[in-house]
Ligand binder design. Structure first.
Ligand SMILES: Cc1cc2nc3c(=O)[nH]c(=O)nc-3n(C[C@H](O)[C@H](O)[C@H](O)COP(=O)(O)OP(=O)(O)OC[C@H]3O[C@@H](n4cnc5c(N)ncnc54)[C@H](O)[C@@H]3O)c2cc1C
Length: 375
């Protein structure tokens, strides 16, 4: 995703697992970007207004209105002013703690509590960031127990963050600023860059997330983006997911948006979203990266074909299991055994189990689609 008039130059995403590194270069000059929300949200609002939407800023939906079981509108509050709005379709695009989802009673499925928390802050990019030492726009490293991320963002700043296991957050909560600073200073890529200095912003954190699918369509209502589906943010995919969902939903609504068509959109959403959900679940799992994972990353680093496949992941053009096929994992297993590392066997068996679970879930979700053919 790019934003702003001047398109910044596109550099790879650096990924580290254990001590192994792979660069992922996106095709066609595409790049991973990390715009600040205040900028991105303004751009989205401007685009919506240009397309004919009426924007009511600083306004909260405080009730969904029903006629029998059918949603027929919302109640809005702006300061002391309350307004009732009629709607053929109520679209809940109100994020992971969706109020609309609560009002319509959208049930959750395939859900789990986040295994990791996240703390992050912003630094003015030091001069070294533009040097040959840091030839990437983004870095995601899983070297010890914590996952770390480093992104270029607006205003010449860098976002750096740490994702400790949720069980460790007590140690962070009392002094997140000092803990984040010390944790990042130990990180092999981020530490030398930021030099252990204090951030130029407050430290933010989130410690109790939940990842889920929710029923996303019902009588007179629909949920889009995080309101209906929230996944582990370790893979940085939620905004892409929300935009792709919105694009498909808009086409369904423009085509008439019948209950049957919306149900079909929901079931297809599940199938489309499942690969990244499982990918996020794997990447966010607690523990240090295994030997097998490091060997797989090493194989990606040595193969332009695997790098090209991995670059298609954030574009939602393939699943993690297509990008890193079973044959690659098998070769990594053999490499590990040849290097005298028998610990790769249980890792391999665990991976095979995860792939089977994903394939089962995909089959179940796909089976729900034919029942709702487009009218
Ligand atoms: C810590 C963290 C890090 C993340 N990192 C990344 C990342 O690097 N890359 C990425 O792509 N994604 C990331 N995500 C996920 C991403 O933020 C979400 O997937 C994405 O923002 C979902 O967009 P959305 O529009 O569905 O919901 P949101 O962005 O949450 O927007 C919902 C909007 O609805 C409004 N709203 C809520 N309730 C009401 C109400 N009652 N009435 C009116 N308005 C209401 C909110 O104010 C908000 O503006 C991260 C998430 C977290 C928590």
């Amino acid at each position: 995703m790019t934003c702003g008039a001047r398109r910044p130059r596109a550099r790879p995403c650096g990924c580290a697992k254990g001590g192994t590194w792979a660069d992922i270069t996106f095709p066609g000059g595409l790049a991973g970007r990390c715009p600040r929300r205040k900028r991105l949200d303004g751009l989205l609002a401007d685009a919506a207004i240009a397309a004919g939407a009426e924007l009511r800023d600083c306004t909260r939906a405080t009730a969904v209105r029903f006629d029998d079981d059918r949603a027929v509108g919302v109640r809005l509050r702006h300061g002391e002013t309350v307004d009732e709005v009629d709607a053929d379709l109520v679209v809940g695009a109100d994020g992971r703690r969706s109020f609309v989802a609560r009002e319509v009673g959208a049930e959750e499925y395939m859900a789990y509590d986040a295994p990791r928390a996240m703390y992050w802050a912003y630094w003015d990019a030091p001069a070294a960031w533009s040097s040959a030492e840091y030839p990437f726009d983004m870095y995601v490293g899983h070297v010890g127990p914590n996952v770390h991320a480093l992104f270029q963002t607006d205003g010449g700043q860098l976002l750096a963050g740490s994702l400790p296991p949720a069980d460790d957050v007590e140690a962070w909560r009392s002094d997140a600023r000092t803990t984040l600073r010390a944790d990042l200073a130990r990180e092999p890529v981020i530490g030398p860059l930021l030099g252990g200095v204090a951030p130029d912003s407050e430290v933010r954190g989130t410690i109790k997330e939940r990842y889920f699918f929710r029923r996303a369509a019902g009588q007179g209502w629909v949920l889009v983006g995080d309101a209906g589906h929230h996944k582990d943010f370790v893979i940085g995919d939620g905004i892409t997911e929300a935009l792709l969902q919105a694009r498909r939903l808009a086409a369904v609504i423009a085509g008439g948006g019948t209950d049957a068509a919306l149900e079909c959109w929901w079931r297809e959403r599940d199938v489309r979203a499942l690969p990244a959900y499982y990918w996020g679940r794997e990447e966010g799992a607690v523990g240090e990266p295994g030997t097998l994972e490091s060997l797989v990353i090493g194989r990606i680093a040595r193969s332009t074909l695997l790098q090209a496949k991995a670059a298609r992941l954030p574009l939602h053009e393939c699943s993690a299991y297509d990008a890193v096929p079973f044959s690659t994992v098998l070769r990594a297993l053999l490499e590990g055994l040849a290097r005298g590392k028998p610990g790769v066997i249980p890792e391999f068996l665990a991976q095979a189990k995860r792939i089977r679970a994903y394939e089962r879930a995909m089959k179940e979700r796909k089976a729900l689609i034919p029942a709702c053919e487009q009218p």
